[in-house]
Design a protein around this ligand. Structure first.
Ligand code: FBP
Length: 540
């Protein structure tokens, strides 16, 4: 692809680093942290001694230090998220600063590239081209897992034959769980390759006391919010359409909440609240129909409704239905045209009734193949259309006197590969630099973490936190397995509370707030998801 003017301009931007990471000499400082005893048992090598977190501090410059070239491998895992290229650029520029003969290898098409030994050495021309650019096309990504003994063995062989000092796994919760298993396997087999994770996912659900936000979230929310704002201006001009906008974000509703705070829609569903209140599909349709009727009495036949793509899985009866379908599909195989009829015979009466009640297009989408991690592909379930159809039917039943003309939208893939915001450019570059430093200092099984993100980049902190401290034990397919838990929207947190206390106003008074396109210069507002730290919410 030829660079366009904007791309050429962005490649010239040198991302900002935290002050500490700009120094030539760093001392490491470690601190013991608690690990769940069950997890300790599952990772005996990583947890052999005390498990420690690492931070850095300035050290005296030492001209006699002899530095050896570093050899690092990297892999992009799972769905695209803006900024992934900058993690790689950060690793590359850091290891070249340490020694000009250092080398970086990109494993191709995700984890499968590691255990099949498909890689490419990354050099100046590639790195310079992809700097500050969206997408994962430099080395591509994939959703494969390293699962079987053979795959672990092969991964070790390829890392050893490349004499890698380290492997950086750039991925979400599942990929970082996999990274931790790989780190354990390498230690057990005396392999010198350290494994370091980097927190990626637009969904924002890889978040815990160590990770403030995953990269790509900021760019995705700001991209969607620009589009939502444009729709708002259109609808408030024509005053004739209800826009139902489904937003990507597989499970958690962080994206929907962040976009709601940025744009102030007529209404936004938050899946976690729907789950907590056990709100049924019928209740959602009743609420929406009430809202539309009330607005009609104010002479308003327009609105913007945000629907998180994970909503469908949070609705109690649908959740039960999906669980039943998952377990039936796990033990049965049918020709695709026979799945629907066969499943109906095996579901409980309530779930069978629901599956038949849903429009056929939606029930077919619920029956689609699961991804390699067993997730329902909510990105392919058109919940926004389902709601429109059901609300339409309900309004007809109520003999609604107003006009209900609805348009559906899905904002998903367009937010994952946009040019990364300045925040994501700097954040990802810092994550990459930090990952390289962790490897140089021989830390393994840790996540590269950049914190204090509500401040300007020079004030950010860098750390390495052991992946085992982020894990819980879950039962999957009847087996106890370690997993990094997804962070859902905190219904007691400041962001949801702010939305909750404002939404009734926004529902009836059109406080639409079009944010416009992403700006790359001037003041930057980091994502609200960093727990609202440092932000004054503007009451309207
Ligand atoms: P990751 O968790 O791998 O970052 O991917 C997240 C996501 O973008 C979800 O928001 C979405 O539901 C899903 O990927 C779509 O997956 P696919 O790219 O396989 O269609």
């Amino acid at each position: 692809i030829q660079p366009n003017n904007f791309h050429s301009l962005r490649t010239k931007y040198q991302p900002e680093l935290p002050q500490l990471l700009q120094l030539d000499e760093l001392d490491t400082k470690t601190e013991t942290i608690e690990v769940n005893p069950q997890i300790r048992e599952m990772f005996p090598f990583l947890c052999k001694d005390e498990v420690k977190a690492v931070t850095f501090q300035a050290a005296d410059a030492n001209e006699n230090t002899i530095r050896a070239p570093l050899r690092i491998g990297c892999v992009l895992s799972g769905g695209q998220a803006a900024g992934g290229h900058n993690v790689i650029v950060g690793i590359y520029e850091q290891i070249k600063r340490r020694h000009p003969n250092s080398q970086l290898f990109g494993f191709l098409k995700g984890p499968i590239g590691i255990y099949t030994g498909k890689y490419e050495e990354l050099k100046d021309d590639t790195i310079n081209y992809f700097k500050n650019r969206g997408g994962f096309d430099m080395i591509q990504s994939g959703r494969h897992k390293i699962e079987t003994e053979e795959q672990f063995k092969k991964s070790l062989q390829y890392c050893q034959s490349l004499k890698l000092d380290g492997l950086v796994v750039i991925g979400g919760d599942d990929s970082n769980t996999n990274a931790c298993l790989l780190a354990e396997y390498f230690l057990k087999n005396n392999c010198q390759t350290c494994v370091v994770g980097c927190p990626k996912t637009i969904d924002g659900d890889l978040k815990n006391e160590f990770v403030e936000v995953s990269f790509g979230f900021d760019t995705a929310c700001k991209t969607y919010s620009e589009l939502i704002g444009n729709i708002m201006l259109d609808t408030v001009s024509s005053k004739k359409y209800y826009h139902f906008i489904r937003l990507m974000g597989r499970s958690a509703s962080h994206i929907a909440l962040e976009c709601a705070l940025l744009t102030r829609p007529t209404w936004a569903y938050i899946g976690e609240e729907v789950e907590k209140n056990k709100t049924s599909l019928t209740q959602i349709v009743t609420q929406l129909s009430d809202l539309i009727e009330k607005r009609y009495k104010q002479n308003k036949n327009h609105g913007v409704i945000l629907v998180p793509e994970g909503l469908i899985e949070f609705i109690d009866e649908v959740k039960i239905l999906i669980k039943e379908i998952n377990s039936i599909l796990a033990s049965n195989k049918w020709e695709s045209d026979q799945v629907f009829d066969n499943i109906l015979t095996k579901l409980t009466p309530e779930s069978s009734k629901l599956l038949q009640f849903l429009p056929r297009s939606i029930s077919d989408q619920l029956l689609l193949d699961r991804d390699p991690h067993g997730n329902v592909q909510v990105a392919k379930i058109e919940t926004e259309k389902l709601l429109i159809e059901m609300v339409k039917a309900e309004l007809i039943r109520r003999k609604y006197a107003g006009k209900f003309s609805a348009i559906s939208h899905y904002y998903g893939y367009e937010g994952r590969c946009a040019f990364p915001t300045k925040f994501d450019c700097d954040y990802c570059y810092s994550l990459g630099v930090n990952a390289a430093i962790l490897i140089e200092n021989k830390f393994t099984g840790v996540m590269s973490c950049i914190r204090n993100l509500h401040q300007t980049p020079s004030e950010w902190n860098a750390a390495g936190f052991p992946l085992v401290t982020m894990m819980d034990v879950e039962t999957r397919k009847g087996k106890s397995v370690p997993v990094i838990k997804k962070a859902l929207v905190d219904l007691q947190g400041p962001l949801f509370k702010f939305y909750q206390s404002n939404r009734d106003k926004w529902a009836f008074h059109d406080y639409y707030h079009p944010v416009g396109p992403i700006q790359f210069e001037g003041d930057q507002v980091p994502p609200f998801l960093i727990n609202g730290k440092g932000f004054e919410f503007e009451e309207v």
